[in-house]
Design a protein around this ligand. Structure first.
Ligand SMILES: Nc1ncnc2c1ncn2[C@@H]1O[C@H](COP(=O)(O)OP(=O)(O)OP(=O)(O)O)[C@@H](O)[C@H]1O
Length: 304
């Protein structure tokens, strides 16, 4: 994470839930905007009245219990699920119109151990546009492509194993290569759906730090869906916490606290602070899904 103090985007919303969280002036230019947005799937409204603005270089986590519509929020931004109400803008355009300017890592994919395709070829698939079925809007020479692939593999620290068959890479190595794939076209926005899922704790920390660096040093806006905020909290600028059909957004310490979550859930919720500065959320009405049984990491501090 950069060591420069960062500013935050003002307030947020909540669908009839918690009051806006007051923050200071935003930095960067807005790249994602939801205004009074709602999502409806299978005849059911998942959330509504959600306002959110994400600026370039911001790292925002989407949190909440299972099934509240975190992934759906990402899909609304991608344009694969239409917003049921409100206005959604992605890089100033309607969702789905920003093409290669958006990088997307879907929920965990597993690779068969026998799969022979090399890690570098997985990264190349992002460059070729295969993941979207959309050809690149410009032609590139093979040399330039190779350079970019090498560059992005170095960026995610995957050079040592990028020539190995992907099926022989560890979960953490595979995840770095998939992040490289999402980054290869130099997106301005990176949408990551549970990229830390199924990684062990050291790999969660390492991948979280990597994403934080990409966001803050490369100026990419990152929206990351997580069940457990613990590994990323140290790197985050803001969180969007979805529950009870609404959402509240703000700096982690202003959202993950007893008052805000009690208002969001409309039932008593307690956020405890451990000796080492971690937070534990208890008393949520839903089944445990987010840091109810384990501590969440330290609040944002300096470097990563
Ligand atoms: N196409 C669909 N048709 C009907 N229901 C859907 C559809 N897509 C998602 N849902 C339902 O919408 C709800 C929200 O799904 P979503 O994947 O966005 O939740 P989530 O918060 O990301 O959940 P999790 O934390 O378990 O991954 C779930 O109950 C899911 O079953």
């Amino acid at each position: 994470m950069n060591s420069t103090p960062r500013t935050q985007t003002p307030a947020i919303v909540a669908a009839g839930a918690a009051e806006p969280v007051d923050t200071t002036a935003p930095s960067g230019s807005p790249v994602l905007c939801l205004c009074a947005a709602a999502a409806r799937v299978g005849g059911r409204t998942l959330w509504s009245g959600v306002d959110l603005e994400v600026r370039s270089g911001e790292f925002v986590a989407v949190l909440g219990p299972n099934g509240v519509g975190k992934s759906t929020l990402v899909k609304v931004l991608l344009g694969t699920v239409p917003a049921a109400a409100g206005d959604v803008r992605v890089l100033g355009r309607r969702p789905g119109e920003a093409g290669h300017r958006i990088g997307y890592l879907p929920q965990r994919r597993s690779f068969d151990a026998d799969l022979r395709i090399r890690g570098a070829d997985i990264v190349r698939m992002g460059l070729d546009g295969d993941r979207w079925g959309v050809p690149l809007p410009w032609s590139r020479s093979r040399r330039v492509e190779r350079q970019r692939i090498t560059e992005v593999i170095e960026l995610v620290g995957a050079s040592a194993y990028a020539q190995r068959p992907i099926g022989q890479c560890s979960g953490g190595e595979q995840q770095r290569l998939l992040i490289a794939q999402a980054l290869v076209r130099r997106p301005e926005v990176l949408l990551l759906d549970e990229p830390l899922d199924s990684l062990d704790l050291p790999n969660q920390s390492a991948v979280a730090a990597l994403i934080g660096r990409i966001c803050h040093r490369e100026g990419v806006a990152v929206v990351l869906v997580a069940h457990d905020v613990n590994p990323i909290l140290h790197h985050l600028d803001r969180v969007v916490y979805i529950a009870e059909g609404g959402a509240v957004c703000g700096p982690p310490s202003e959202v993950i606290n007893s008052g805000t979550l009690t208002r969001l859930y409309r039932t008593p919720v307690e956020v405890l602070s451990t000796k080492d500065g971690r937070l534990v959320v208890v008393g949520r009405p839903e089944a445990p899904a987010l840091h109810t049984d384990r501590p969440v990491g330290r609040q944002r501090s300096g470097g990563d």
